[in-house]
Ligand binder design. Structure first.
Ligand SMILES: Cc1cc2nc3c(=O)[nH]c(=O)nc-3n(C[C@H](O)[C@H](O)[C@H](O)COP(=O)(O)O)c2cc1C
Length: 374
């Protein structure tokens, strides 16, 4: 391996004590391959086994913490104790290849397609529909339901611990329920869960406390606890950096192992203002300094791309699409075979790359999402 890539292979120890062998994680990616009832499937295990041999950690596809929070067809569930054996197979598969296993958990809120829900009715902070086709106006959650969902996050974390995961990541990004509480678009509440920015932070912080309590009570070994945010949203009113920077100040005080920033491109500027070109990941890194480690992500296809991103001072980087396209990305860099790293798909690659059926067909019918050769 060329010594210029040595920084990618430095170990990293989280505050909790969990150590990663290198600086690369697999980004959380929904794979639409669990059983219809949310149990982990064999197809999914094959896909993860193929990708868990080089990275320091794998963050799984997001799992729902309660049935009403399901957001995708064939999504993993972490909503009941009977899911623990399947979750254990997933954790064992990832850890068996050498990576740390981190379960991402969420509630889809108003982003849930109604046909996936038992009563066809999504819920959110307020009864305001997301401006996306096919979604219904959600029902506003009652205070009791909010408390139940907060508890469900803690219960899901407990199940992750019992299943042998090395950590959990709260999915507070990509417009799902936790973000919906923080957003002035989806949260119009006037009780303790909405209004000022502090009140819009109350639900994310309560979820953090619930997970923290579960970790304290159940984890016998060091356990990673991460949080993912989206820096901005398109909606008006919507989350801007004026909301996000004070929020990350608060998140940096929560004793998290990491803060993961969800963007499509590491270098991407504002999605709200074309003139504002400064990388959102770097704005957040500059704001938190070394108070909490940041995970950057987004269109880092080559080792050069990753090296350049690490050189900015962001300590950890996640690869998503890149690991679907090239499962042996990390091993190839380590072996000095960077010239053989694939950065695009061909239509015939599904079997070789062990990509689940619905994920593959979704990739193929979504133009521009992945680089695909003709
Ligand atoms: C197929 C697919 C599924 C995704 N599912 C999730 C998910 O479950 N949770 C999440 O936080 N982000 C999800 N993402 C976003 C990725 O984690 C990542 O932020 C994004 O793809 C940009 O990184 P990349 O350029 O390395 O792919 C998904 C992305 C892809 C391509």
């Amino acid at each position: 391996m060329s010594s210029k890539y040595n920084p990618l292979f430095e170990g990293f120890t989280f505050k909790s004590g969990v150590r990663l062998e290198n600086r690369i994680l697999m980004a959380p990616m929904t794979n639409f391959a669990s059983e219809e009832n949310g149990v982990v499937s064999d197809e999914e295990l094959v896909y993860y086994k193929e990708r868990s041999g080089g990275v320091g950690a794998v963050v799984t596809a997001v799992a729902y913490v309660i049935r009403g929070g399901k957001g995708f067809v064939n999504q993993i569930g972490a909503d009941s104790d009977d899911k623990i054996p399947g979750l254990k197979r997933l954790a064992d598969t990832i850890k068996g290849e050498g990576a740390k296993a981190i379960l991402q958990i969420f509630h889809a809120g108003r982003m849930a397609p109604p046909e996936l829900l038992e009563d066809g009715q999504s819920v959110s902070a307020s009864a305001v529909a997301a401006p996306r086709p096919g979604l219904v106006t959600p029902r506003e959650l009652t205070e009791t339901e909010i408390e139940e969902i907060i508890q469900a996050f803690g219960d899901a974390a407990r199940r992750a611990i019992q299943a042998g995961f090395d950590g959990v990541e709260i999915h507070g990004a990509n417009t799902y329920l936790i973000q919906q509480f923080f957003s002035p678009h989806s949260n119009r509440r006037t009780d303790k869960w909405g209004g000022t920015i502090e009140k819009r932070m109350a639900f994310p912080l309560a979820v953090i406390d619930s997970v923290k309590a579960a970790v304290k009570e159940h984890a016998k070994d060091p356990f990673v606890f991460g949080y993912r945010i989206s820096p901005e949203e398109m909606e008006n009113p919507g989350i801007t950096m004026d909301d996000t920077l004070p929020f990350v100040d608060t998140l940096a005080e929560q004793e998290l192992d990491y803060l993961s920033v969800s963007v499509q491109d590491f270098w991407q500027g504002s999605i709200r203002d074309e003139q504002d070109k400064k990388s959102r990941v770097l704005l957040i890194q500059e704001r938190v300094g070394n108070k909490v480690p940041v995970i950057g992500v987004g269109s880092l296809y080559t080792p050069e791309d990753v090296k350049k991103a690490l050189d900015t001072g962001v300590p950890l980087l996640a690869l998503g699409r890149e690991l679907i396209i090239e499962p042996k990305w990390v091993q190839k860099v380590e072996a000095g075979e960077t010239g053989t790293i694939a950065t695009s798909l061909t239509k015939d690659d599904q079997e070789r790359l062990k990509v689940p059926d619905v994920l593959w067909s979704t990739i193929m019918k979504t133009p521009g999402w992945f680089p695909v050769e003709d």
